[in-house]
Write a new protein. Structure first.
Length: 301
C-alpha cells in the first residue's frame, strides 16, 4: 500500500508548484509574488503582512482542492513506478547471463498469466491487483537471484580444503607453543579468525540451500498459477491463488531482510535495500520489462 499523503505534503507541493504562464512557460508565480511583496515591504512593512496573508490564502485554497490532491498523488505514484523500474534494471544488469535468462523466463510466465487474466472478464481494479502481486513475486525473485550470486562469488574466492588444512596446522602450532606466550596468543587469534571464516562459509552454504529452494518454489508456483488459469479461467481462483502465494512469500522477504548482512556488497545492498518496494495501485500493462540480449546471427557456410 502506498503511504498516505498528509495535508502538509499537499501544502509543500502547492508552494513549489510552477504555474504555466502564457509566453513565459511554467513559473513559480507565488514565489515571485513573495519576492515582489518583500521588496515593497522595505518601503512599507505592511506589504510583508499582505504578502504573507496572500500566500497563506493561496496555499490553503490550492492544497485543499481535490483535483490538486489527485494530481499530486498521481505524480507520486509515477515517481515510485519509475524508481522501481530503475531498481529492476540495475539489479538485472548485475546478474550473470544464466540468472538473467532465469529471470526473463519467469517474466514471460507472468505475462502469460496477465494475458489470461485479461481474457477472463476481470475488472481493471482486479487486474491491477494481480499485476502488483506478480511484480512483488518478480522483485523477490530478483533479490533471491542477486543474493545467490553474491554467496556463490564469496564461496568461489575461498578454498575450503586449504582453509581446513590451515586451521588444522594452526591448532598444532598453538598446542606446540608455550602457554600464555605472545606467540601462543598470536596464533590463537589467527586460529579464531580462520574458524570464523569457516563458520561463515557454513552459514552461507545453509542460506544458499534456502535461497535455491525458494527460487524453485517461486518458479513452480508461477507455473502452477499459469496452468490453472488456462484450465479454469476463473478470476476468483486466480485471485485466491495469488493471495496465498503473496502471503507465504512475505516470510521469505522477512528472512532475507534479517540476513541482509550475509548477502553481498554495498553496491548490491543499495540496489536491493529494504523490503519490497511500494508499487502503484493503478494497473500496469505488464510486469517491468527487462532487456533481452541480441540474437546471434547464423553464419551461412
Amino acid at each position: 500500500m502506498a503511504a498516505k499523503l498528509s495535508y502538509w505534503d499537499y501544502v509543500k507541493a502547492a508552494f513549489h508548484r510552477a504555474i504555466p504562464v502564457p509566453l513565459l512557460g511554467a513559473m513559480p508565480v507565488n514565489k515571485m509574488a513573495l519576492g515582489v511583496f518583500g521588496v515593497l515591504g522595505i518601503a512599507n512593512p505592511g506589504f510583508w503582512f499582505l504578502g504573507a496573508a496572500a500566500e497563506v490564502a493561496y496555499l490553503g485554497f490550492v492544497s485543499s482542492s481535490a483535483r490538486f490532491q489527485k494530481l499530486v498523488q498521481g505524480e507520486r505514484l509515477a515517481e515510485r513506478a519509475s524508481s522501481h523500474d530503475d531498481q529492476v534494471k540495475r539489479a538485472f544488469q548485475r546478474l550473470t547471463p544464466p540468472s538473467q535468462a532465469r529471470y526473463r523466463d519467469l517474466v514471460d510466465e507472468c505475462r502469460q498469466i496477465l494475458g489470461l487474466a485479461v481474457s477472463d472478464g476481470g475488472s481493471e481494479v482486479l487486474q491491477g491487483w494481480r499485476t502488483g502481486n506478480l511484480n512483488e513475486l518478480l522483485w523477490l525473485f530478483m533479490r533471491l537471484l542477486t543474493s545467490r550470486e553474491q554467496i556463490l562469488s564469496t564461496q568461489s574466492r575461498v578454498d575450503r580444503t586449504r582453509l581446513d588444512e590451515a586451521i588444522s596446522e594452526l591448532r598444532q602450532r598453538v598446542e606446540a607453543a608455550e602457554a600464555a606466550s605472545p606467540l601462543a596468543r598470536s596464533l590463537q587469534a589467527t586460529l579464531s579468525i580462520q574458524e570464523k571464516r569457516r563458520e561463515n562459509l557454513e552459514t552461507a552454504s545453509a542460506n544458499l540451500a534456502v535461497i535455491d529452494a525458494e527460487l524453485e518454489r517461486i518458479e513452480k508456483q508461477v507455473r502452477l498459477i499459469r496452468e490453472e488459469s488456462a484450465v479454469s479461467g476463473g478470476p476468483e481462483m486466480l485471485s485466491a491463488r495469488l493471495d496465498a502465494v503473496s502471503s507465504t512469500l512475505t516470510e521469505t522477504s522477512r528472512w532475507m531482510d534479517e540476513h541482509s548482512d550475509l548477502f553481498g556488497s554495498e553496491d548490491t545492498s543499495e540496489v536491493l535495500s529494504g523490503s519490497l518496494p511500494t508499487l502503484p495501485s493503478t494497473p500496469l500493462e505488464e510486469p517491468p520489462p527487462v532487456p533481452r540480449p541480441p540474437r546471434k546471427r547464423q553464419v551461412e557456410r
